[in-house]
Design a protein around this ligand. Structure first.
Ligand code: FES
Length: 151
């Protein structure tokens, strides 16, 4: 076990954690934040994506394999004061999700992209979203929804 200071959704907390334990489990079990999903557990599907703000530039990462990053933001923190984030709103209006399992990864990837590139082109949006697997094949709806969010 190792003492670690984490900032999750703006709140700093000290935890004694097994450094081998994936961040996803810590978020779901210790913090009761279930928005990030377990999909593959292999760092390949993006269902477990979270935002990380302690890198050189804000980014997103899969939380299932590694315990990286100490300033974490989850999907639960995107809407503020009962107001959806612009990307959440655009996804909802476009009815972009089908089964919804990839929704966390799609939202987090899109938000990370817009934090770094506020007016991305279609190729940049595709690049950002391709790290998330959508089993229903609705990538095009997600891409259009991100374009609507920045219009
Ligand atoms: Fe983490 Fe699939 S569950 S990438």
């Amino acid at each position: 076990m190792k003492k670690i200071t984490l900032k999750v959704n703006g709140k700093k907390t000290k935890h004694e954690l097994d450094p081998e334990e994936p961040l996803l489990y810590v978020l779901r079990e210790e913090f009761k934040l279930s928005g990030a999903k377990y999909g593959c557990g292999l760092h390949q599907c993006g269902a477990c994506m979270v935002l990380v703000d302690d890198q050189a530039e804000p980014t997103c990462m899969n939380s299932c394999e590694y315990f990286e990053g100490k300033d974490i933001e989850t999907i639960e923190h995107l809407s503020q004061n009962n107001k959806l984030h612009a990307v959440q709103k655009a996804f909802f209006e476009a009815q972009a999700a089908q089964c919804g399992y990839c929704l966390n990864g799609m939202l987090i990837s899109a938000v990370a992209l817009l934090r770094n590139i506020p007016q991305p082109n279609r190729l940049q949006i595709k690049d950002a979203l391709q790290q998330v697997i959508c089993r229903c094949g609705t990538h095009v709806r997600f891409i259009r929804a991100v374009e609507n969010a920045i219009a």
